[in-house]
Design a protein around this ligand. Sequence first.
Ligand code: ZN
Length: 468
Amino acid sequence: MSTLLIHNAHCVATFDHADPSQASELRDASIFIRDHRIEAIGPAADLPPTADEVIDARGHLVTPGLVNTHHHMYQSLTRAIPAVQNAELFSWLRGLYPIWAGLTPEMVHVSTQVAMAELLMSGCTTSSDHLYIYPNGVRLDDSIEAAQQIGMRFVATRGSMSVGQSQGGLPPDRVVEKDDFILKDTQRLIERYHDASFGAMVNVAVAPCSPFSVSRDLMRESARLARQYGVRLHTHLAENDHDIAYSREKFNCTPAQYAQDLGWLGHDVWHAHSVKLDDEGISLFAATRTGVAHCPCSNMRLASGIAPIRKMLNAGVPVGLGVDGCASNDGAHMVGEARQALLLARVGRALEPFGCDHGPSEMTARDALALATRGGAEVLGRTDIGHLAVGQCADLAMFDLDTLGFAGGAVHDPIGSLLLCASPQAAYTVVNGRVVVREGRLATLELAPLVQRHNALAQQLAQAARTV
Ligand code: ZN
């Protein structure tokens, strides 16, 4: 048994209510943690003053640990590749597939830890990852082991691609797998790693990559397998206009209709992007509680468009945030992602006819932080994270308000400043009661040799593609 006291924080945003306008902001408050759970939270004077470890939180803002609902961590090896810096989704993918074909198990392990380090240092405590390419003996086990070593709560998704170019799909044939093998390996991973219990550190979800890279049968069989085991389903849907055109041409319907036909709507499903979800799609998602991973930076980077997030929220669609893969963001900073969600929602409104009247209130700072915490937890089907309350998992982030970026802002509104000022690094990140970032530094792994190895592998990967 061990105890941890977050002592006397200037402000604690608990998000203990589903309504983000009631962020439940506590002043001069402490959080007492025993092992992996929050045992007490409230005025500092009311809590025990000692614990095995006491973190002095004066001058800090404490938030629930941020939750990232969509990522492709292996892509940190291929950030900012010049040839695709200015490409839209389909040509960006066509440019990168041949490079990713050279991935090795070590590359996946190291790049996953680099991506997770970046997330953890931005206050993110839980992340999903969508690994959908398995060349050269790569396995999802490589990511899961990486997460366990670094100490991040992890929703590992077994992605897949089964329709290569010769069958009318987008990826080259040499990077696709056979449906039977994909399903068998997915079943193996669920049986080996999926933990359905409260406080689980590893969940496994079933995640064929996208309608333009997997067969209709694989989509259906994946849904059947996921429901047999009670695990979640994830894919990309309605990402941009080309995606919509592909759906209309190949399936003669919209992406939302396609999802409905395949059994891919429900409270156990979340779709990435959904930038081009139409009104009918929004109604279908809302009625079935189908979740959306909103990825504002990636949607801007690839010029995919502006997802109608306010419409989705008003309709009752569960929405979380995703940084998306490191090759289309290319920075995995969860506070930064929430900030972009806020800014993009406002400019999106301003572009609509007569939208300027309401533009800035389209999304508030508290709305954006709610998406990054409670919203993400809901999208991942987790009731044990995303807000701070007695009995919840001890996942939280602390930001030092006495720093340059908060100067002149935190005195007025610490939460507003977190979202509106330059996005800060976390001073402390606690995952499952364990201090993973301490005084702004990663506490579970040596960062410098990790980055050095990562860069050597990134170079090796690019060179291998040049010699093919
Ligand atoms: Zn993605």
